[in-house]
Design a binder for this molecule. Structure first.
Ligand code: HXC
Length: 260
């Protein structure tokens, strides 16, 4: 389908990667309702598409996304926010069962930084600027900023970032573990797609289980997480793709996964 504020395409040599580009350049991809709705729809469609093994979300070289749309939300009220379920659409991104890579160039501020953190992996361009500037405009992060930075980078970094509102560079983000790798801005999307292609070359079924298992690490105690992981590991032995993967190894050939 044709979206107004995102561009969705199927890329990769084997056409197994979904690429979603936020496309609202006039507002530096500020995440207005219409954009988030387009984004959620595009991701949901790619999630349902059997040929797609992984998804890349990116913006422009100037901005991944400069935050939630300040102009759109400035006059809303507590009651209306609760009643319309403000930010509910965003949950569709974090609930996606397929791996999502955020390819972040330029500004990833406020809701933009939070959107990147909803993804499973963040690759950053060398000029990327992250931050949670909400306190500078009289509010706080509302789409996971205080929670996800705390979980991936610890208390001191989370407090510093959220309480100061100061932006930070791609290098700092990589050092604190928020970002996996940094690339020159013009190579970033290609590199993210390459990683997505690698992920998509595996069994989608096994990849979904693996993603679910890593996510558990953020939801449970270590013991519960370990026991969840072990059970899922056991369960993979009931799949055709485990049989095929291990048989292919023994026969010194590439596996042919069937998502079953
Ligand atoms: C609405 C925005 C916007 C935003 C930029 N624009 N960010 N509109 N919401 N978050 C618009 C500007 O109003 C301007 O429109 C156009 O985009 C270009 O922006 P400029 O400011 O002129 O560009 P520049 O001088 O290059 O500065 C870039 C910037 C700055 C540093 C990123 O735009 C900025 O500080 N933006 C706001 C960042 C922010 O506070 N984000 C957090 C939002 S709160 P016009 O029409 O004037 O040309 C948030 C809450 C999250 O995200 C909670 C739940 C999701």
């Amino acid at each position: 389908p044709k979206y107004e504020l995102v561009e969705a395409s199927v890329v990769g040599e084997k056409k197994n990667v979904g690429l979603v580009r936020l496309n609202r350049p006039k507002a530096l991809n500020a995440l207005c309702d219409a954009l988030v709705s387009d984004l959620a729809q595009a991701v949901t469609l790619l999630e349902k598409s059997p040929s797609i093994g992984a998804i890349v979300i990116t913006g422009s070289e100037k901005a991944f996304a400069a935050g939630a749309d300040i102009k759109e939300m400035k006059d809303t009220s507590f009651a209306s926010n609760v009643n319309v379920g403000l930010l509910q659409e965003w949950d569709k991104i974090s609930a996606c069962k397929k791996p999502i890579i955020a390819a972040v160039n330029g500004y990833a501020l406020g809701g933009g930084c939070e959107l990147a953190m909803m993804c499973d992996i963040i690759y950053a361009g060398d000029k990327a600027r992250f931050g949670q500037p909400e306190v500078t405009i009289g509010t706080i992060p509302g789409a996971g900023g205080t929670q996800r930075i705390a979980r991936s980078c610890g208390k001191s970094k989370a407090m510093e970032i959220c309480l100061s509102g100061n932006p930070f560079t791609a290098e700092e983000a990589e050092r604190m573990g928020l970002v996996s790798k940094i690339f020159p801005a013009d190579k970033l999307v290609d590199e993210a797609v390459k990683l997505a292609e690698k992920i998509a070359s595996h069994s989608p079924l096994i990849i979904a289980l693996c993603k679910e298992s890593v996510k558990k690490a953020f939801e449970t105690s270590l013991n519960e997480g370990l026991s969840f992981e072990k059970r899922i590991f056991h369960a993979t032995f009931s799949t055709n793709d485990q049989k095929e993967g291990m048989q292919a190894f023994v026969e010194k050939r590439a596996p042919k996964f069937t998502n079953s």
